[in-house]
Design a protein around this ligand. Structure first.
Ligand code: F6P
Length: 752
């Protein structure tokens, strides 16, 4: 209030001061000058009008008395002009010989030898100011004397007083208006600036500030924002590094940072599949990096996991709400199954997701196929999942973790239904460059759908950058690469790198036998001699995994280094995947035939160079192979992360074994101690296999130790923890916005 009145009073006082000490004297001075100039001119006119008749009267031969009367009468006639106050005439000797009766007695004639003055003088007399001009009267070049013309100047004072009055009112009004405007602007700016500064300190972009005036801070905004972000990142990294990342750390984040808010996960693939085999219901864990990563997180967080119920016994085990508690042996969270028809699955999963988006995002030189009916199913199924999220949410502001390319449209659909939800979308596969992505007929809709997310995550900064470029190219959005934010519509989307990982230590490891036993068991199961060196590859049977290239490298190794024939066996575990798709069927055939050809060429009794196992293996079996192997080969042509590489490292608590890793995986950016290869370069891959097989134990230990340290430090709990911490930050910011806007606080509304 005080501040407000000061803002009003100060400009007003300044205006009044300016009037008193500047404007009023100036008005007086100017009015006087204008009036004097005016009267000078009038006097000249009067003098010139009087010149002729006066000369005539003065040179008349009449007696003095008559002449006096005549001149007096002439002057009296002239005095009919209101402004003329008095007239007089001084003769050539400087004697006042004629004068009207009001002529002031104190006024004397000018000295006769002085030249005539151009301008009149102002006389301040007791009766009021007079303007006096002495104008020479001449006849035939002879100076007869001077006519004295006196004008009344009291009107000047009146005029000046009137003008002053008007000016004072005008300025006072002006002052009041200025003061009022100052108050309003100052108040708005102050609020805007304060909001702007607060926004900056909170780490918000000024563009997002609720006060548009805050944009005035534009010039300093970038520096401040960058500084705040740096400090925030630094603090986050310091905090992150100090945390021991495990289930407890996640639970602490949920409890303290997210205040117990509910967490929902949506993915296509379910973490547990119930399948009927020989009249018994078995539970399977699918071969999916996504499931591998998220399952331990969900066990720590509880919450609800919504996924497609794809197992043939899935319906048999759910309750009336399609819920089932998992893991079966130790229930920790709830799974909600969504049922899809054959047509929906064909269009949404096999069609648009896996014949369209999958090859679109992976540079594996397989053409994407886009069909309008698939797109329609994709949209419909995304809608079905959005309904499921809305139904499962117990509050109006859950944290929803949307997984992968099956659900590009889902974030926007959830946002429309639950505007207060915090939606974190994680894209588990690579994001291509704008040209590659641009071939999709529904590119804008996909981007729009994804930008319904509060946070969008990719494995690598490279994929984040590709996404920024793509949005920049195809949408009217504001892409801010400094704050990693895209503004499109109302809510901004932060885009960050979250390299996915595995749990540490992996639970599966606890069930494993010591490495020598695993080596012996696996060799005996394969029917190979104890000294045969073993390589392992574990993948879904997918053309992006570079399985054919891997086999070609094994073949080349045997060509170049025949000493390995009969002494090296490469086991390829390939989980059948997406087998209704033609491309996958053809891959299956090509993989089998290449393995067979190589085995025919280099197979020796008791040792085929390639052992192909196209069947599902559970985690325990896979870990036994990892531990039994001398090397693991990951030769993906393109891969978001590839968790097999990390699992192999995690499985080797003996610090032995070598990892051959494709440079086109996200994992290659982290596991620098692997033998990094270009899977298209068969010679190089063959050489890498040889290096791996001949790597001295010390070098294996050194490399393995470093890689294990990294996977341990950057495990999946840290991956999820970082996202949840960011979610907590976003939610906190939203709450502050809501409070600043005066709208109700974003709180959970229990639906009962
Ligand atoms: O990790 C990438 C990914 O595509 C996951 O999204 C998916 O769950 C997994 O591989 C296996 O694929 P699918 O679910 O099609 O068998």
């Amino acid at each position: 209030m005080m501040r407000l009145s000061l803002r009003f009073v100060i400009p007003l006082a300044l205006t009044i001061g300016a009037i008193a000490y500047g404007v009023v004297p100036l008005v007086d001075k100017l009015t006087l000058a204008w009036s004097v100039r005016d009267l000078d001119m009038r006097s000249k006119l009067v003098a010139s009008a009087a010149q002729e008749p006066l000369v005539e009267l003065l040179t008349d031969k009449a007696r003095d008395r008559v002449r006096l009367q005549r001149v007096q009468a002439f002057f009296a006639r002239m005095l009919r002009d209101d402004r003329l106050f008095a007239l007089g005439f001084c003769d050539a000797t400087g004697t006042l010989v004629y004068k009207t009766h009001a002529f002031p007695a104190t006024v004397a004639c000018p000295k006769p030898d002085l030249p005539a003055a151009d301008a009149g003088t102002v006389l301040k007399l007791p009766g009021g100011p007079l303007h006096l001009v002495a104008s020479p009267i001449e006849a035939d070049g002879e100076r007869l004397g001077e006519m004295l013309i006196a004008h009344d100047m009291s009107y000047v004072e009146r005029r000046s007083a009137d003008t002053k009055k008007y000016i004072v009112w005008l300025f006072a009004a002006l002052g009041a208006v200025i003061a009022l405007i100052t108050v309003v602007i100052a108040e708005l700016s102050f609020r805007g600036w304060m909001a702007g500064i607060k926004a900056l300190i909170r780490g918000q972009s000024l563009a997002l500030s609720p006060q548009p005036q805050a944009r005035e801070l534009g010039p300093i905004a970038r520096d401040l924002e960058a500084l705040v972000k740096d400090l925030e990142t630094e603090r986050r990294m310091r905090d992150e590094a100090q945390v021991s990342w495990g289930p407890d750390a996640l639970r602490a984040i949920l409890r303290e940072d997210l205040k117990g808010d509910e967490v929902l996960i949506v993915s296509n693939r379910e973490p547990y599949v119930h399948v009927r085999r020989n009249d018994r219901v078995e539970v399977q864990r699918p071969a999916s990096g996504l499931v591998t990563a998220l399952e331990p997180v969900m066990r720590a967080c509880s919450g609800t996991w919504i996924a497609h119920g794809s197992g043939n016994a899935d319906r048999d085990v759910v309750d009336d709400h399609d819920h089932v508690m998992v893991p079966p042996e130790n229930p920790a969270y709830r799974m909600r199954r969504v049922w899809l028809t054959k047509e929906e699955e064909a269009g949404y999963y096999y069609g648009f997701s896996n014949e369209g988006l999958w090859p679109l995002c992976h540079i594996a030189h397989t053409r994407p196929i886009f069909r309008a009916p698939d797109w329609e199913q994709y949209r419909a199924v995304n809608r079905r999942f959005a309904q499921a999220v809305e139904r499962e949410a117990k509050t109006d502001n859950p944290v929803v973790l949307v997984q992968d390319y099956h659900f590009a449209l889902l974030p926007r659909m959830i946002r429309d239904r639950l505007p207060n939800a915090t939606i974190i979308t994680f894209w588990h596969i690579p994001w291509p460059n704008p040209e590659a992505f641009g071939v999709c007929p529904w590119r804008e809709q996909l981007l729009d759908g994804m930008l319904g997310s509060s946070i969008l995550g990719f494995h690598t900064q490279f994929h984040c950058n590709n996404f920024f470029d793509t949005v920049d190219r195809y949408l009217e959005a504001r892409v801010d690469r400094e704050t990693f934010t895209i503004s499109y519509g109302n809510d901004p989307t932060e885009v960050h790198r979250y390299p996915i990982s595995i749990e540490w230590p992996p639970v599966t490891l606890a069930n494993q036998k010591p490495v020598p036993e695993c080596r012996a068991d696996i060799r005996s199961a394969l029917g190979v001699a104890a000294d045969v060196r073993l390589g392992i590859g574990v993948d879904r049977l997918d053309y992006t995994k570079g399985i054919l290239e891997r086999f070609a490298a094994v073949e080349r190794l045997l060509e170049l280094q025949p000493e390995w024939i009969g002494r090296f066996c490469f086991v390829q575990i390939a989980a059948p995947s997406r087998s209704s798709i033609e491309e996958y069927q053809s891959l299956d055939a090509r993989v089998r035939s290449l393995a067979q050809r190589i085995n025919t060429r280099f197979g020796r009794p008791g040792c085929d160079p390639i052992v192909l196992k196209i069947e599902h293996h559970d985690a325990d079996q896979v870990y036994a192979y990892y531990r039994a192997a001398d090397l693991c080969c990951v030769s993906s042509l393109h891969d978001g992360m590839n968790l097999v590489a990390k699992e192999f490292v995690a499985a080797r608590d003996d610090e032995r074994g070598a990892l051959v890793l494709s440079q086109f995986t996200g994992a290659a950016r982290e596991l620098a101690e692997a033998l990094i290869v270009n899977p298209y370069d068969i010679e190089q891959c063959a050489a890498a296999l040889h290096v791996a097989l001949t790597m001295p134990p010390d070098e294996q230990r050194e490399r393995m130790r470093r890689m294990r340290g990294l996977v341990q430090e950057f495990n999946v709990y840290r991956w999820a923890g970082r996202m949840l911490l960011d979610a907590a930050r976003v939610r906190q910011r939203r709450r502050m916005y809501s409070a600043a806007r005066g709208t109700p606080k974003v709180v959970g509304l229990r639906r009962g």
